[in-house]
Design a binder for this molecule. Structure first.
Ligand code: IDP
Ligand code: MG
Length: 154
């Protein structure tokens, strides 16, 4: 069995404005992932620079920073088997235009700069833990069992 792990997920300002928080949460819940932390908040410039540190020097960063700080986001931590990679698979590609129908970006978005959701990159070792630490204190994450745990995992 792959490891049970936590990953960072965020409904971006476009997803909040378009009323898609519930849709995103539903998809993750239905898959069997467990919500262990959630924070409805607004990202400031400093947090945007830290969260997107790998992109700060890129041409698109000013627009990305403007967008990600433009309104509230729903920041969350989700737990489950192989959670980081599975959430990325559910999200689709970075550009909604390249994302398969059935994925979150493929079903809910059209434009690269408005792609509804962020999820930690499973190809970037430790990104999930770094992003969780950036957005949440330890005491804001909740350990609990879900009643369906034994029906989700062999
Ligand atoms: P990811 O969100 O799929 O991990 P990244 O390459 O890490 O994609 O880029 C972070 C975010 O920056 C994307 O989700 C998207 O919002 C934005 N972004 C990435 N590349 C571009 C671009 O070329 N133009 C505009 N925005 C971009
Ligand atoms: Mg990324």
């Amino acid at each position: 069995m792959s490891k049970r792990e936590r990953t960072f997920v965020m409904v971006k300002p476009d997803g909040v404005q378009r009323g898609l928080i519930g849709e995103v949460i539903s998809r993750l819940e239905d898959r069997g992932l467990k919500l262990v932390g959630a924070k409805f908040m607004q990202i400031d410039d400093e947090l945007a620079r830290e969260h997107y540190a790998e992109h700060v020097e890129k041409d698109f960063f000013p627009g990305l920073k403007e967008f990600i700080t433009s309104g509230p986001v729903m920041a969350m931590v989700w737990e489950g088997q192989d959670a980081t990679r599975q959430v990325r698979r559910m999200m689709g590609e970075t550009d909604p235009a390249d994302s398969a129908p059935g994925t979150i970006r493929g079903d809910l978005g059209l434009d690269l700069g408005r792609n509804v959701i962020h999820g930690s990159d499973h190809e970037d070792e430790g990104a999930n833990e770094r992003e969780i630490d950036l957005f949440f204190d330890d005491d804001e994450l909740v350990d609990y069992d879900r009643v369906d745990d034994e029906w989700l995992y062999e």
